[in-house]
Design a protein around this ligand. Sequence first.
Ligand code: UN1
Length: 517
Amino acid sequence: MASELASILNTLGLTDDPRISLDRLEPGAGFVLCENPTTGEAMARVRLDDADAYERAASEAHAAFLRWRTVPAPVRGQVVRAIGDELRVHRDALGRLVSLEVGKSLPEGIGEVQETVDIADFAVGLSRQLYGLTMPSERAMHAMREQWLPLGAIGVITAFNFPNAVWGWNAMLAAVCGDSVLWKPSLLAPLTAIATNTICQRVASRMGHEGVFGLVIGEDQVVGERMIADKRFPLISATGSCRMGRHVGGVVAQRLGRCLLELGGNNALIVERDADLDLALKSVVFGAIGTAGQRCTTTRRLYLHESIADEFCERLVRAYASVKVGDPLAKGVLCGPLVSAAAVEGFESAVAAAKSQGGEVLAGGSRAEASELTPPGLGGHFVRPTIVRAPASGELPIAREETFAPILYVFTFKTLEEAIAKQNDADQGLSSAIFTESARSAERFLDPSGAGSDCGLAYVNLGTSGAEIGGAFGGEKDTGGGRESGSDSWKAYMRRQTCSVNFSGELRLAQGIELDL
Ligand code: UN1
């Protein structure tokens, strides 16, 4: 496996990166050990940035912003276009690195890098469309318009589970908007961050734009706390747990900065009595097991109409039995390892709670034995994809919590109203889905009065995960309210200026106020 990493780093031209060591694998202060979650063994050691390194990176990001904002937006777009092209060239190697480092299946690892390529394409088009409005002035011979201006250096904090794409959503948009980026990745995925950032930096530097894409790898206490309190970052875009988001949001609010928060989800999928069950089944399997249940969009709660519940559960259990768990780089494996030993403990304690609350384990429910893995004998953090059916009372308090693991809680409902109400009865509001062949039920779910799904993402006949980049991504309530990626999310990375011009030669006050002088 170490040679796998060496060969990927070689392909990406990263063999000489002074931050990474493949030989010295003993723990030490100032370093983080990168564990391969598939084997449980250390595969690299990465140097951590200290307070001085943070200070250098932050002032460099700020200085780069002052230069970069003067580059016309369409020219910035050309730099992003070249970055997208370079990422295309390295897509498969980077995708392999993602899979190796965080354990998601290879198609998902590659798919994640494709997501960054896609957002780069989107951002290139956007670089000629950072439109403001013109408004009619209430005063004669006055003009009013708004313009969108670069905002500053953007602090981007990312989680381990999308170590490439979530940075891409932020960085590609920020770059065309005229902002520089300082990235603080998860310490569970520093290798992907180094590789991704180096590729982008190389392209930008070659085109004469040094410093637009910065990276600091460090402990939260050393690097993260400094960044969120630092006024040089007018926007902090943070992805992670609700707990983390509350802290970041509080600190940034204290200095009256802006936050873009993309936090946890507790996503539900409703299967109506008239649903296409084949379609629903596949979507549930991918939504609940993809990325080993470690997406913020993972399907965690399943609401089945009572008339199809037993049949659907049986089919689901059969489908789960055919899912391969094992090396995410091996062909046909859908479920790789959890990211760490701590995540396995979290899985076990959630399953124990579910059982003690009367839940019935229909599938999985425990660690996966080495002998049942593909290939057998792996020593990593594997669990069995798990289905827990709630007791008849429908009470299963653990299902209110987001456990980053492949656990699906199953409930039944009688009416669509009840299903929507139950789906919405969660602290988070990220993603939601309904399977139905009825236009009426689908539209009820999307009710424009707001009485349908209360989530930021609402799918009809699609699972809860796997958003395209073209729409705005994010959610409500404890998910944090931020929107990233497509639609007009770019506005978060710019500041709006309302411009009023008087060309009348006379002072005309608004609201008809007369000034007698
Ligand atoms: C995340 O889990 O933080 O919609 C992001 C999806 C992906 C992004 C997930 N496009 O599942």
